[in-house]
Design a protein around this ligand. Sequence first.
Ligand code: 13P
Length: 284
Amino acid sequence: MKILSTRQMLLNAQKDGYAVPAFNIHNLETFQVVVDTAKEMRSPVIIAGTPSTIEYAGGEYINAMAEVAANKYDIPIAIHLDHFEDVEAIKKNIDIGFRSCMIDGSKLEFEKNIDIVKSVVEYAHKFDATVEAELGKLGGQEDDLVVDEKDAMYTNPNDAAEFIRRTGIDSLAVAIGTAHGLYKGEPKLDFERLKEIREKVDIPLVLHGASDVPDDLVMKAISLGICKVNVATDLKIPFSDALKEYFNEHPDANDPRKYMTPGKEAMREIVKHKISVCGSANRY
Ligand code: 13P
């Protein structure tokens, strides 16, 4: 297979009521864990890199690793630019070989968000690359917000329909109460809002900030129309904890093949678990 866009993957997930996991990776080791585990579980998979990851690991290197994996494994694999705000950086990485991107104009006001997203869609679709955009703001939990603030922060279903119609995006990241990173208490997701969005729009919906959200809430969100679930923090913590433990036990260790391995193993368990929560195993 070749490196894919997320178009068909997400449409299949939408049709069959599961979600494709999007795992944020940072280097060769985390990349390997994600693709090897997805292959083992026969799950489609999205490998995501934020601008700082692309800068750290190099877009060409990530693309080359994905080409190797796509040739080696017969599962759908996409590499995705996550939370990019710079149009030129997106274009550059599409030129390298990325076929999926998120243009994050969520901090901009509605019309400006539409403008920037449209310019990315125009470019990306020429290369058959897919575009995700976000409407609303991730961050505050429902608990912390008064209703007016909630309306201002969370995705407005009517605006979502207009936004999609005017931009031509392929998937929409919704703000319904999740936040990036860990939560202070149990997150509260606005499922009524998600239902309303699902009724008003027909493209795949994306849940950001899925780390530290109880499995049953993620599964409920999937049952209500989420087709892509983004996970970063829940992978980073076990990986680095396992390394810390290894160095505590072996303070003189200096062989990356030895100290990285427990990190990979710890992360593999979480990747497996997230794939089962997404319901994406054995889809290929
Ligand atoms: P978490 O770090 O909360 O998993 O968020 C990941 C994410 O949404 C990446 O776009």
